[in-house]
Design a protein around this ligand. Structure first.
Ligand SMILES: N[C@@H](CCC(=O)N[C@@H](CS)C(=O)NCC(=O)O)C(=O)O
Length: 78
C-alpha cells in the first residue's frame, strides 16, 4: 500500500497524487493537517524535510521522485 502524505500548496504533492492514481496501485492520501497534525507528522518522520512524504508498506521511501522511480521499476519488471 502506497501512502502519500500531502499538504495544500505543494506542487510535488499534486504530482505524487496524480502519479499514485495513474499507477493503478492501491494508495491512500493523508492530508496534513486534516488527517494528521504537523506535530504528529514530524514525530512520525523526523528526518523528512520536504513534502510529499511517501511510504510503501509502511516504509518511508522518500518523495515524488522516488515514487516515480519505484513505479517505473515495478512496471518494467512486470
Ligand atoms: N525531491 C522532492 C522535492 C519535494 C519538494 O521540494 N517539496 C516542496 C513542496 S512542493 C517542499 O517541501 N519544500 C519545502 C522545503 O524545501 O523546505 C520530491 O521529489 O518530492
Amino acid at each position: 500500500m502506497i501512502e502519500v502524505y500531502t499538504k495544500d500548496g505543494c506542487v510535488f504533492c499534486t504530482r505524487a497524487k496524480a502519479l499514485a492514481e495513474e499507477s493503478g496501485y492501491e494508495y491512500k492520501i493523508i492530508h496534513m493537517p486534516r488527517d494528521i497534525s504537523r506535530e504528529d507528522l514530524m514525530a512520525k518522520f523526523p528526518t523528512s524535510r520536504t513534502m510529499p512524504i511517501i511510504t510503501i508498506d509502511n516504509e518511508n521511501v522518500g518523495g515524488y521522485n522516488e515514487l516515480k522511480y519505484i513505479i517505473e521499476e515495478r512496471k518494467a519488471s512486470d
